[in-house]
Design a protein around this ligand. Structure first.
Ligand code: SF4
Length: 360
């Protein structure tokens, strides 16, 4: 498809009005008294009056029905699956990744703020490009993608559109993944479960006070991780380590122990921060901090700890090792697979240990 098709009205009227046109009635809501509705696509569970919007700004009540984003993308790229990052799903594959506009959080360090904050920040500049599910799936097939991912902005808030695309993709053996902030509900996880195999979830901090600054509560994210595991999603967790925000040994150990308590087989990616958006006063994360975080993850008993986005500077923490015999199984440099020695079934070729993940 042409990625240049733009809504004919974009740029000539307020973005919110343009987006209101690119909607349909949602599935993830209930009707309340007096034409109010309650959305359950994320843990905010907004009660929305007729004519008003939810916290995310992109789901709104029109005449007692909830209207939700539909029929456009704001970003669309064939990416390495390792970039999501998923290190335990089909190494070396392509994930056709799309994003829309809006977010239910407002992180000061958002790296995709041009689309996630498009309805809150007039500087953001993200714009919709009209697309159909058929066009997106056709593009995924042309790109040779084995996965299709909702990412860049928060996928939970646009789950109806994602499911429409994923259903079609599934018919072509292309599996769905979400790259999410984890501010989910049981309802939304049940809604996407038939079409989504993997969830990347951010664990941004272990301090509730810090999470509230970003726009949610720590308990919502921890509950999502536990529930997603229980429901059988493949989960990988990312902590962006920000100097002075979440990089103390105690906090990193808390995060690692929590993940360990859910499952030692959940991969934990600790990644480096660079100043962005409204968080320009914190320093770049040095490789030494990522190494310290990764060592804490290992000490806590996690089987798979990865130090991301400083390729070549994080020793062996880009690779996957067998948790039983320590054989190197997948060697990586950044998003590139240098060597993959896993057996077809995803086992260690030396000791036969089955490695957790989706390998086929
Ligand atoms: S997705 Fe979340 S923020 Fe948006 S309307 Fe629904 S509950 Fe509110």
């Amino acid at each position: 498809m042409s990625s240049k098709i733009r809504h004919p009205l974009a740029g000539e009227m307020p973005l919110a009005r343009v987006l209101d046109d690119l909607t349909r009635e949602g599935a993830l809501y209930e009707k309340l008294d007096g034409a109010r509705v309650r959305c359950c696509a994320c843990a905010h569970r907004c009660a929305i009056n007729d004519g008003a919007r939810g916290v995310c700004q992109v789901r709104y009540n029109r005449g007692g029905a909830l209207f939700v984003p539909d029929g456009y993308v704001a970003a669309l790229n064939p990416d390495p699956t390792e970039k999501k990052p998923f290190f335990h799903i089909l190494p070396g594959s392509i994930t056709l990744t799309f994003g829309m506009l809006g977010c239910d959080l407002h992180c000061a360090n958002c790296q995709n703020w041009n689309i996630s904050q498009a309805l809150r920040d007039p500087e953001a500049g993200g714009a919709p490009q009209i697309a159909s599910a058929e066009q997106i799936v056709a593009l995924a097939r042309r790109a040779g993608a084995q996965l299709i991912g909702s990412s860049y902005n928060e996928p939970l808030i646009t789950s109806e559109w994602a499911v429409e695309i994923f259903k079609l993709a599934q018919a072509h053996n292309i599996r769905g993944v979400y790259v999410s902030n984890g501010n989910a509900t049981r309802e939304v996880l049940e809604f996407i479960r038939p079409y989504v195999v993997g969830l990347k979830i951010d664990l941004k901090t272990m301090q509730d006070k810090q999470y509230r600054q970003l726009g949610t509560a720590l308990s919502h994210v921890l509950d999502t991780i536990r529930l997603a595991k229980e429901m059988g999603f493949w989960i990988e967790i990312v902590t962006l380590v920000i100097p002075g925000f979440n990089d103390s040994n105690a906090e990193l150990m808390d995060a690692a122990r929590f993940i360990r308590s859910v499952s030692p087989d959940i991969p934990w990616h600790v990644t480096a921060f660079h100043p962005d958006y409204k968080m320009t006063d914190a320093a770049f994360t040095p490789a030494s901090t990522l190494l310290r975080a990764a060592e804490i993850g290992q000490e806590a008993g996690l089987h798979f700890v990865y130090a991301g986005n400083l390729p070549g500077s994080v020793k062996s923490y880009e690779n996957t090792y067998c948790p039983k015999c320590n054989t190197v199984l997948v060697e990586r440099y950044a998003y590139r697979i240098l060597r993959d020695k896993l057996t077809g079934e995803g086992a260690c070729p030396k000791c036969g240990e089955k490695i957790a993940g989706i390998w086929q």
